[in-house]
Design a protein around this ligand. Sequence first.
Ligand code: PFF
Length: 518
Amino acid sequence: MAETSPGRVAPEQRETWTHNTGFILAAIGSAVGLGNIWRFPGVAYESGGGAFLIPYLVALLTAGIPILFLDYAIGHRYRGAAPLAYRRMRKGMEPLGWFQIMLSFVISVYYAAVIAWSLSYFVFAFDLRWGEDTAGFFVGEYLQVGDPEVSTTIVSAVAIPLVLVWLAVLVILALGVANGVQKVNMVFIPLLAVAFAGLVVRALTLDGAMDGLDAFFTPDWGALTDLSVWIAAYSQIFFSLSIAFGIMVTYASYQRRKANMTSSGLVVAFANSSFELLAGIGVFATLGFLAFQQNVAIDELEGLTGPILSFVTFPAVISQMPGGNIFGIVFFASLVMAGFTSLISILLGVAATVQEKFGLSRRAAAISVSAVCAVISIGLFSTTSGLLALDTVDQFANNVGIVLSAILMTVLVVWVVRKGELLRSHLNAVSTFPLGRWWLALLGIVSPVFLLVMLGQKLVSLIQDGYEGLPAWYIGVFGWGTIAFVSVMAVVLAALPWKGRDEPDFRPWPALEEEHRS
Ligand code: PFF
C-alpha cells in the first residue's frame, strides 16, 4: 500500500503550533538567521561568486530539501524531540538524536555570543560609537582580544548583553511552543522582512552599488572544480536550513497531526534561499559603495567574511553613508531578530530533549538548559580569547560535525532501519506535494555519496594543513575536541535510563502497512 487515507486523528496531549502559518513562520525563523546575513554573502563571494549559485542550488535540491523533508517526517510521525523520535523509530537509534542535539547545543553557545555582539552594535549605531578605526574598535576596545590563546578574563561589555540574550531565551522557552516561540516568530519574522527589504532598497541606491553586484555575481567558473567550494555549499545549506541538527525534527513534532508537511517545507526552503540571496545583494551593494568611496576595486577590500564583515567592514561603511546611523540601527536590529529566532529554535530542541528524557516539567527544562548554556557561553565566549575559540568551534561543528550527522542520518534511516518507504508514505498521506521514489534515491544514494567524498576531503585537509595556522594542541582541544565531546556525550546520554514518559503504547499516526514490513 503506497498511500493511505489518514483516517481519524487520535487525540493527543502534546503541545502544538496553533496554526500552519505559526509553524511555517517559526520554521522560517529558525532557518533565516546569522547564517543568511553573516555567513552566506562572504562564503558565496569567496567560493566563486556567481558560479557558487550552481553548487548552492545542487546542494539545495539534492540534499537540502530532501533532508528537510526527512527531518519533518521523523518528527511528525514519531512526535518527539530528536532522541525520542529516533528511539521510537528503533531503540538503538537514540544516540543519533543525541549527536544532533549535542551539536545544536555546541552551536547555541557561540551563536548567542554573536547575537550579543549584534545587540551591542545596535546600541553603538545610534552615535556611531565605533569611530574611524572599526577593526581596532571591534577587536581591541570591544572584544579586548588579548595575547594568550586561552584566557579567563571576562569582558563585561560582551557578558552583559549575553546575559540578556539568555534571559530572553529562558522566558520564551518557559512560555512554551504556542505562547512563546510561535508568538515571537509571528512578530519578528514579518518585521525582519520589512526591515531587510528597506536595507536592500537603500543599499541599491548607493553610489557604486552596481559594481558591488557585479563583483558578487561575476562567476569564477574555475571554482566549480574545487571540491572545497562544494563542501562550502553543502555546509551552508545545512546550517542555513537548520537541517540534520535535530531541530526541524523537534519543530515538526509540535505540528498538528493533520498538517501539510511537504508543501510547508517548500515554502520554508524557498523563503530561506530568497532571504539569503537578498542578503547577498544587500551586502554587496553596500560593499560596492565602500569601494567607490575608497576608490578601489571590490576585490581590494579586506574583511569580506564572517564576523569581520558584519562588525568591522559594515560599521566602516555605515559611518560613511549619509543617514548611516539609521541604516546601522536597522541592520543590527535585523541581525538580532534573525539570530534570536534561530537561537530559540536550537534551544527548544535541547530543552524539549531534556524534558522528555529526564521527565522534567517544561519550566524546569527551560531553566536548567538556559542556565547551563549561559554559563558555558559566557565562560568561553565573553573572554578575551572568545573570538578565536568561536571561529574554531564553528569551523569543526559546521564542516565536520553536521556533514557527519547528515551521513549517519540518511544511511541509518534508509539502509539500516529501512524506514525510508514508511516515511515517504507518511509524508504523502498528510501532504499535497507528493514525494516519488526519487526522494529515497536522493536520500539513500546521492546525498551520502556526495557527503562522504566531501567529508573525506575535509578531514584530509584539516589533518594535513591544520586550520588557520593554529597550534596543534589548540585545534585538538577546540576543533577535534568538539567532535569528540559531541560523540561521547551522545553515547553516554543515550545510555542513561529514560526517566520521562516513554509511552510504550505510543502509536504513530496514520497507521501504515509499511510499519509492519520494516
Ligand atoms: N539556520 C540558522 C542560520 O542560518 O543562522 C542557524 C541554525 C539554526 C543552525 C538552527 C542550526 C539550527 F539547528
